[in-house]
Write a protein that binds this ligand. Structure first.
Ligand SMILES: [Fe+2]
Ligand SMILES: [Fe+2]
Length: 493
């Protein structure tokens, strides 16, 4: 139980986080407005006024109002700002602005006046970053503006590195992804032989995945396109794990919670270890008895997890997820439940990611694989019945209407793969697309085009997606485009 003092501290930090969130959103909208309008524009004045009031409010109890970029996330004074559906865009914008100018901290001191704040916003938004020593140059320019209550600190070199070494980060992401698959294979083998499994390694891998997702969520979602059909359960488990953690992050879970969600989703299908492979991989229709056997895997999974010698390293929620991941929101699905009970949040997250990955993967018993677009449309039809509508909305936004990894035909005759989706709703139909054929159908290693940007400045016309294609029919392995530089380890059979 929390002591009274601890209680106050908890309330204080959640208040502070909320204040930080408000300031983040308002600072972003003021800067965006200042990039377009003049100093005395009414919209800008209004935006700055609201921001000023938020800062003043924070300064009533705090000696400063400080936004800091650290570990690829933003802190307000000492508290980490959590992101949700609405604030994620603001975070991305502001973090990019900080990095461009190598700024680690912007702090406002008591005594700040509204005109000074407005002048700072306009100056910040309209001063291009210098190629060399951007922080030093910007600070020098700022000093000439005589702003006595705004202070800057330089970005820590490590934070800078995290953006500069993007290529290395991608390699690392791929490495961790494949390492997780081999680790799960090892866990499965050791469990079969009743040997101690290394859950400490699982925790470490999950921690790395959390950090990689924070660094580049898009790339991690892209990796979930890797489908190794022979080792379906292993590959599927890590895909579900990555997607679940990305979704969890968008819900505002903290690092520790994300790690627990990662472990839980990583082991969600561990019960399949006890289902004969002939049934799991049987081509064609299952008999009633075979279906019953498969439907035992949630129970079996929970039992295996409880039996693990290193059980204490497992979050309790892993048991819920193993048991509940085939239960739909309306409690249809399996195992059958007789008591109306709510399903654990982690299980609801995993249910969505599990379904999405399963139906987009080729399996011997499935007549045809759904494209990612079709899978999402089908899930949206069942929103509110089978899937939690709030989670599904965020998931849809995360993977996009044309999810990352979709193969799409453009109105120019070109074919491409969706490589990045924009999070603002108005651009959901205009993702970034890596071109893989020209308009004549010849294979090319084409550029990545942003469908929001006109093809030619003269006509102003943009490329448009006309339909989503099935990669199988075109003999294209989507994962090849996300794993270009790292060798895939051979899977032991
Ligand atoms: Fe399952
Ligand atoms: Fe599954």
């Amino acid at each position: 139980m929390l002591s009274q003092q601890e209680n106050y501290m908890a309330v204080d930090s959640s208040n502070l986080a909320k204040k930080g969130q408000d300031i983040l959103v308002r600072l972003t909208s003021s800067m965006k407005t200042a990039q377009i309008y003049e100093l005395n524009n009414l919209t800008l004045i209004k935006q700055v006024n609201i921001l000023f009031m938020f800062i003043q409010d924070a300064l009533q109890n705090e000696s400063e109002a400080k936004l800091q970029l650290r570990e690829n996330t933003l802190f307000f004074n000492s508290v980490r700002i959590k992101y949700d559906f609405a604030t994620y865009e603001s975070f991305k914008f502001l973090a990019a602005e900080f990095k461009k100018k190598e700024i680690g901290v912007i702090s406002f001191d008591p005594g700040l006046i509204e005109d000074e704040l407005k002048a700072f916003i306009v100056f910040f938004a309209n001063t291009p970053e210098a190629e060399d020593h951007p922080f030093e140059v910007f600070q020098k320019q700022l000093k000439t503006q005589k702003m006595d209550h705004v202070f800057l600190e330089k970005l820590h070199p490590f934070e800078k590195l995290s953006t500069l070494e993007e290529k290395d980060a991608k390699k690392l992401a791929q490495k961790v992804f494949f390492k997780s698959i081999t680790h799960l294979q090892e866990v499965f083998e050791r469990e079969k032989e009743q040997k101690r499994v290394h859950l400490k390694t699982t925790r470490r891998l999950m921690q790395s995945i959390v950090n990689l997702i924070i660094q580049d969520e898009t790339f991690m979602v892209g990796l979930s396109n890797i489908k190794n059909y022979d080792e379906y359960t292993l590959n599927h488990s890590i895909n579900v794990c990555v997607l679940s953690m990305c979704l969890g992050r968008r819900l505002g879970l903290d690092k520790h919670e994300l790690m627990e969600l990662g472990i839980a989703s990583f082991f969600h299908d561990i019960g399949k270890l006890e289902i004969p492979k002939e049934i799991l991989d049987k081509p064609g229709r299952l008999t009633i008895q075979e279906r019953e056997i498969i439907e035992r895997h949630p129970h079996l999974g929970a039992e295996i997890l409880v039996r693990l010698k290193e059980f204490s390293y497992l979050p309790v929620r892993a048991l819920y997820v193993a048991l509940e991941h085939h239960l739909r929101l309306d409690l249809s699905g399996y195992p059958k439940v007789w008591k109306k009970n709510s399903i654990n949040l982690y299980s609801q997250i995993v249910e969505i990611c599990d379904f999405f990955d399963a139906v987009t993967t080729d399996r011997p018993y499935r007549k045809r694989t759904f494209t990612r677009y079709e899978a999402l449309s089908m899930m949206l039809e069942k929103s509110g019945e089978e899937f939690n509508p709030h989670l599904l909305k965020i998931f849809t936004n995360m993977v996009g209407v044309y999810p990352i990894g979709s193969l799409v035909a453009l109105d120019t005759g070109e074919i491409g793969i969706v490589s990045e989706v924009h999070s603002d709703v108005s651009s959901l139909l205009q993702p970034k697309v890596k071109l893989i054929t020209d308009s004549q159908g010849n294979k090319i290693d084409g550029e990545t085009v942003d469908l929001r940007i006109p093809q030619s400045e003269k006509t102003g016309s943009t490329r448009k997606i006309i339909k989503s294609l099935n990669p199988q029919e075109y003999n294209i392995r989507i994962s090849d485009y996300f794993v270009a530089e790292v060798e895939q380890p051979a899977f032991a059979t």
